[in-house]
Design a protein around this ligand. Structure first.
Ligand code: F6P
Length: 321
């Protein structure tokens, strides 16, 4: 089948770098003589007919912006038969030959189910701050989110050192400890709690008390949201050590901001790759960066639980404290 018209959408949590991907898909698509439509608010927009033709200029000035000009949403309706049927009606109405879905693993499971039912060609572009897509080393947005969290932790360190305090800093990542682990090592943090490893709060407290005895008075402990709440952990530390502890939740600040050069370059490469995949008749796959190369992974694999590679990080965090 010759592809003439494609549509692009962003879905799930926004990630810094989604705008550069949209720019890349639109401009490269037009360069390849395709018509490109934007779907607004993710799957919701496909169901509710919120589509618009995008031209070269419609994506001007967005390369350095976080978020997504197409808007995004979490859409439970797309998981229903009725929602999918309405989305398919709109695909037929606009003669769309292929979809580019920019999102994370929840978006890919929805895309996979839709493809299986309606056989619509779909290419996913891995974009999520959680970096939890199986088979893909780096998703778009991860690098920016890690650097945003690192910037915040560097600032917290100023207070931690000056006031000789313990801080528990909660970062995002859903069920993945990737952001926590990466930022804890880069930020020189004293410990990290991640869902992939059993937490031993007594051991953490023992280290703190021992550290205090030899003159180490400030601590930053990073906790991944999937491993627990900063407030609870800070409370336990105070209870067990008698030392004043502060909790900080970085939250959605990690999702915003200007994408880093790494997030942008990855986005711009993957956008063109997704368009090429559709032109080549490929479908039901995601594209992403693995072992330094842009690669294709079938959705079935991409949506499986990703194993966190510890890469020696935990050991280094402890040794270098
Ligand atoms: O998937 C990205 C993410 O930011 C997760 O890290 C976090 O658990 C979740 O989204 C928060 O979702 P929402 O913005 O819907 O509260």
């Amino acid at each position: 089948m010759t592809i003439k018209k494609i549509a692009v959408l962003t879905t799930g949590g926004d990630a810094p770098g989604m705008n550069p991907v949209i720019r890349s898909v639109v401009r490269y698509g037009i360069n390849q003589k395709l018509e490109v439509m934007g779907v607004f608010r993710g799957w919701w927009g496909l169901i509710n007919d919120e589509l618009k033709v995008l031209d070269q200029r419609s994506v001007s000035g967005i390369i350095n912006q976080g978020g997504t000009i197409l808007k995004t949403a979490r859409c439970a309706e797309f998981r229903t038969e009725e929602g999918q049927a309405r989305a398919h009606e709109n695909i037929k109405k606009y003669n769309i030959d292929g979809l580019v879905v920019i999102g994370g693993n929840g978006s890919f499971s929805a895309a996979h189910a839709f493809y299986k039912k309606y056989n619509v060609p779909i290419i996913g572009i891995a974009a999520s701050i959680d970096n939890d897509i199986n088979g893909i080393d780096y998703t778009i947005g991860t690098d920016t989110a890690v650097n945003t969290a690192l910037d915040a932790i560097d600032k917290i360190r100023d207070t931690a050192t000056s006031m000789e305090r313990i801080f528990v800093v909660e970062v995002m990542g859903r069920e993945s400890g990737f952001i926590a682990l990466t930022v804890a090592l880069a930020g020189g943090c004293e410990d990290v709690l991640i869902p992939e490893k059993k937490i031993d709060i007594e051991e953490v407290c023992h280290e703190i008390v021992h550290g205090n005895l030899i003159g180490k008075m400030s601590w930053i402990i990073v906790v991944a949201e999937g491993a627990g709440k900063a407030e609870d952990i800070a409370g336990k530390i105070t209870e067990m050590t008698g030392l004043e502890t502060r909790a900080v939740v970085l939250g959605h600040v990690q999702r915003g901001g200007r994408p880093t050069a790494f997030s942008r370059d990855l986005a711009l490469n993957l956008g063109t790759m997704a368009v090429d995949c559709l032109i080549a008749g490929k479908t039901d796959i995601a594209v992403g960066l693995t072992a330094g190369k842009v690669i294709e992974v079938d959705f079935e694999t991409a949506i499986q639980k990703k194993e966190l590679k510890f890469n020696n990080f935990l050991r280094l965090i402890r040794i270098l404290t």
